[in-house]
Design a protein around this ligand. Structure first.
Ligand SMILES: NC(=O)c1ccc[n+]([C@@H]2O[C@H](COP(=O)([O-])OP(=O)(O)OC[C@H]3O[C@@H](n4cnc5c(N)ncnc54)[C@H](OP(=O)(O)O)[C@@H]3O)[C@@H](O)[C@H]2O)c1
Length: 294
């Protein structure tokens, strides 16, 4: 990665709204380059860089948090009514700031079921799940807000601390077989690095408001699980047919199996020139594995 401090300029302050898995990775990385990054959680944390934002009980950050903010990354999902929690609570505040950029982490669920076909940003969203309809609504709210937002559509996020290894360790793994079923995925480091790459090159690259961040190789879940068992030197349990496993799955788990799509990263990786760190699950899982044993 180039020296981003020189490329982004020095006086940048990031607010990461929703410091969960992706938000905390982004905050940690951007701080390594010397930037200020304050992060929100719904409850008080010991971390001095953390502040409380909770749209559920109207806890809004104080004025000082927003002082000098130039960049915001929202990693907060839609509320139960399908409204965006950040816009619902903070639109006027955000409009009063001199923001250069807002990133919004969305999902590729907005594309709906393509029966295994590739989807790109040019395809019309066609969400079938209610939660994806809510997500599309939030995307629309952000676009209509007139704020300088860029939307990143993400497939399944994994990385150190949240991967198939943890599912195996916590005995939460189900080895399910469904013919021709594929999933797209993305390593958390590529979400962060792709966003930083786009910010670094903002002045030279054409601006796209919606960008998929996915790896190169959608594949079956069994391939991924088998790879992890092999790395661990353990034998994978015998797969169960989806039809047999279905009744034991939660509604949310079932909903994931009802959609089948390959998410294209051509806009990001070919048109815009981003080079993935983890272009497939094998390289990404090797990284997760090394992190377990480091
Ligand atoms: N996980 C995936 O595979 C996946 C795939 C595609 C897209 N996405 C979406 O991408 C985004 C980032 O994903 P992630 O897995 O990194 O998220 P995550 O770990 O679940 O973190 C979500 C963050 O949002 C905060 N939050 C939730 N509701 C809130 C509210 N009403 N008010 C204020 N803060 C609220 C949470 O606060 P606390 O820290 O207090 O809990 C948490 O920090 C999310 O929108 C997620 O839905 C996720």
């Amino acid at each position: 990665m180039k020296n981003i401090a020189s490329l982004l300029g020095n006086k940048k302050k990031f607010l990461i709204l929703g410091c969960g898995f992706s938000g905390s990775f982004f905050a940690k990385t951007i701080r390594q380059f010397g930037y200020t990054a304050l992060t929100s959680s719904r409850s008080q944390k010991k971390d001095p860089n953390s502040f409380v934002f909770n749209s559920e009980n109207d806890i809004i950050p104080n004025e000082a948090i927003f002082d000098g903010v130039t960049h915001i990354l929202s990693c907060i999902p839609p509320d139960k009514n399908g409204k965006d929690p950040v816009l619902g609570s903070l639109t006027n505040k955000l409009k009063s700031l001199s923001l250069e950029w807002i990133g919004y982490l969305s999902t590729t669920g907005v594309y709906g079921n393509t029966k295994g076909n590739w989807v790109s940003e040019e395809d019309h969203p066609n969400p079938s799940q209610q939660r994806s309809q809510k997500r599309l609504n939030c995307e629309k709210e952000w676009i209509e807000s007139g704020l300088p937002v860029q939307i990143f559509r993400l497939p399944g996020i994994y990385g150190p601390g949240r991967s198939t290894f943890e599912a195996i360790k916590n005995k939460k793994i189900r080895v399910i077989f469904k013919k021709d079923q594929l999933f797209s995925r993305i390593h958390v480091a590529d979400i962060t690095n792709a966003i930083i790459y786009l910010l670094q090159n903002k002045n030279s690259l054409k601006f796209y408001q919606i960008i998929n961040i996915a790896d190169d190789e959608p594949c079956s879940q069994i391939e991924v699980i088998k790879y992890c068992y092999d790395l661990l030197g353990l034998e994978m349990p015998k797969p169960i047919f989806y039809e047999d496993a279905k009744s034991e799955l939660s509604a949310i788990a079932q909903s994931f199996w009802m959609e089948n799509r390959r998410v294209s990263n051509k806009l990001l990786c070919e048109t815009l020139g981003y080079k993935l760190i983890y272009k497939n699950y094998k390289i990404g899982l090797n990284n997760c594995f090394l992190n377990i044993y480091k």
